[in-house]
Write a protein that binds this ligand. Structure first.
Ligand code: MEV
Length: 330
């Protein structure tokens, strides 16, 4: 596309949680990596006071409303993150907006079913694109903060780790709400990724864990603290490329997630199949019950592990890890 000063295309990566899910919602750290499957958004400033959205991946075609209605009335699910991102950007009033309206088209290189964080990635794309178009240079931190606010506005919950992966890229040590966002200097991370075919409903699963925590608060706090220790160890092993220890830590983390009740039978089948065929370790990635599992294996075992995941009913996805964060495409 030819670059002009009222239209821009940006992209942001999806993510995979490596260690620390659930505990990260309660002040603990986690480790997340950005993946090669990206979300793209083309944002155009318009003379007319309308907001237009096309997001075919989430069944939004020719959605349109007046700019004065932004954030109001019934917003279709697939439009919420983008609409609130635009609303929050304009709310900051950092800019005397020379145009009246905005047209946005998003296109994903990955299915929103995978749990790679398509909503957060599209939110980050929109904020970045608007900052470029309006010449307000937002720092990575400011893009994170505004995008995270948007995610909380829409879904009420979330640690923000997916937003951090979309903004910063790479592999990140992250504490709830972005209290710490520390890029880890690693070159590669040879993950095997298996998709369960089940869509995980994150908010629902988080609520189920919260229910359990009402009855077993002390036990669950202890689980979070154990997960924290695993994350700290994993950070060191990752930097040392000690894959076999990292695999063992995955298994430990998985055991604790199973205790929280979020393992899910299908993921468990895939995880144990991976371990049985020689993976250093395997665990779920994200909220659990569905979405994806990840495994680490020595090169000689990779093929067998992938076959075992497939046999257990999973779909092996080719995923590049540790990729670049949000960027301007054209
Ligand atoms: C979901 O992908 C991971 C959780 O920890 C939620 C979050 O961190 O936002 C369960």
């Amino acid at each position: 596309m030819k670059q002009s000063n009222n239209v821009i295309t940006v992209s942001a990566p999806g993510k995979l949680m490596l260690f620390g899910e659930h505990a990260v919602l309660f002040g603990r750290p986690c480790i997340v990596t950005a993946v090669g499957q990206r979300m793209k958004a083309t944002v155009q400033l318009l003379a007319e006071p309308v907001f237009q959205l096309n997001a075919p991946d989430v069944q939004i075609t020719n959605y349109q409303k007046s700019m004065s209605e932004l954030g109001k009335s019934d917003i279709p699910k697939g439009a919420k993150f983008v609409e609130f991102a635009l609303y929050n950007f304009l709310e900051r009033k950092l800019v005397s907006f020379a145009y009246n309206g905005v047209r946005i088209t998003t296109k994903s290189q990955f299915s929103s079913q995978f749990g790679f964080g398509s909503s957060s990635a599209s939110t980050v794309c929109v904020i970045k694109a608007l900052s470029e178009l309006t010449k307000i240079k937002l720092s990575q931190r400011q893009i994170f903060d505004l995008s995270y606010k948007t995610v909380l506005d829409v879904q009420g919950k979330g640690s923000g780790f997916d937003v951090a992966a979309a903004v910063y890229g790479g592999t990140i040590y992250f504490v709830t709400g972005g209290k710490v966002i520390k890029p880890l200097d690693i070159k590669n991370l040879p993950l095997i990724v298996g998709y369960s075919g089940i869509k995980a409903d994150t908010v629902n699963i988080v609520n189920q864990v919260a229910e359990k925590a009402k009855k077993y608060s002390k036990q669950i706090e202890n689980i979070y603290t154990s997960i924290q220790t695993i994350v700290e160890n994993a950070r060191k092993s990752l930097l040392k490329k000690d894959w076999s220890t990292l695999g063992e830590l995955m298994n430990l983390n998985e055991g604790l997630l199973a205790t929280l009740g979020v393992e899910g039978n299908k993921l468990a089948d895939m995880i144990y199949a991976a371990r049985d065929t020689g993976a250093y370790g395997a665990k779920l990635s994200g909220a659990g019950m569905g979405d994806c599992m990840i495994a680490l294996a020595p090169p000689s075992k990779v093929r067998a592990v992938k076959e075992a995941i497939t046999k257990a009913g999973g779909q092996v996805i080719d995923v590049k890890t540790n990729v670049e964060g949000v960027r301007v495409e054209s």
